[in-house]
Design a protein around this ligand. Structure first.
Ligand code: NAD
Length: 264
């Protein structure tokens, strides 16, 4: 894929201080897009990351620390990016958290936070970003769902509900913008070895008194026929592809990138 297909575009990626979001930000910057980073973390580390990315890719990189639990902060972040760059041409809704528990023990505050960060924030960003995309008649909305947006696993009720919601939201937005040059799609990764999954591996080691290797092979990769983790870089390239003109007729899709998990 050409290195500079996104020159003069701006991409806002929620939750891009870590993991998949950071990988997508790097891939989109490498393809030429200016970047709005977002996410939690240490202020100095984020500033170093911002400066390193701007230098490495030769694009503008700014950071906005909007909390995905706060509607006002989300809308303000999108408005600020629009004022600076003219439009958020590419919106990647990636911020997400996880909590694993049987439903009868599931804490109400964890349930609400997962629904708010993983699903409701997507509504707020899309609502704020879409009018400017419509004005210029070009845009790309990419929502990070999950294999858990297509199938369920036990003990992940809030996450599975939120990710199925993301798939539904993606389809609805896609129909609303179908006659424009804007597309809205979801990417549904299988397991990717990011801090979000490392935390779950450590929890499962304690719960089952198993080694790291046993947990990885017997609990995580057992779902994934490829028997390997999906890599952040692969997902970055999928995002760049969805932004390319080759993908202009892909709209409302939920693209599995999970080594065959949901083919079973
Ligand atoms: P991660 O923990 O590495 O990164 C999550 C990002 O979201 C971080 O930048 C974090 O700061 C940010 N974030 C969390 N709460 C936030 C808040 N309140 N406001 C703003 N930012 C917030 O996780 P990841 O594995 O890279 O996950 C990224 C996305 O991919 C999530 O939506 C996740 O559900 C999805 N996903 C991950 C996997 C996987 O195996 N890792 C698989 C399928 C889908």
């Amino acid at each position: 894929m050409a290195d500079n297909i996104l020159d003069d575009r701006t991409a806002l990626i929620t939750g891009s201080t870590s993991g998949i979001g950071l990988g997508m930000a790097r891939a989109l910057a490498e393809a030429g897009a200016n970047i709005v980073l977002n996410g939690l973390g240490d202020t100095q580390e984020i500033e170093s990351l911002r400066a390193e990315m701007a230098g490495r890719y030769g694009v503008e990189v700014i950071y906005d620390g909007a909390n995905m639990l706060e509607q006002e902060e989300i809308s303000k972040m999108v408005r600020a990016a629009q004022e600076k760059f003219g439009c958020v041409d590419i919106l990647v809704n990636n911020a997400g958290i996880q909590y694993v528990s049987a439903i009868e023990d599931f804490p109400e505050d964890k349930w609400q936070a997962i629904i708010d960060i993983n699903l409701v924030s997507n509504f707020h960003t899309i609502k704020a970003a879409l009018p400017a995309m419509k004005t210029q008649n070009w845009g790309r909305i990419i929502n990070l769902a999950s294999a858990h947006g297509l199938v369920a696993s036990p003990y992940k009720s809030a996450y599975v509900a939120a990710k199925h919601g993301v798939v539904g939201l993606t389809k609805t937005v896609a129909l609303e913008i179908a006659e424009s040059q804007i597309t809205c799609n979801a990417i549904c990764p299988g397991y990717v070895r990011t801090p979000l999954v490392e935390g779950q591996i450590t929890d499962q080691m304690k719960i089952h008194n198993m080694s790291r290797e046993q947990v990885i092979n017997d609990i995580f990769l057992v779902a994934q026929p490829s028997k390997r983790f999906v890599e952040v870089e692969e997902l970055g390239q999928v995002a760049v592809f969805l932004c390319s003109s080759a993908a202009k007729s892909i709209n409302g899709a939920s693209l599995p990138v999970e080594g065959g998990w949901t083919a079973k």
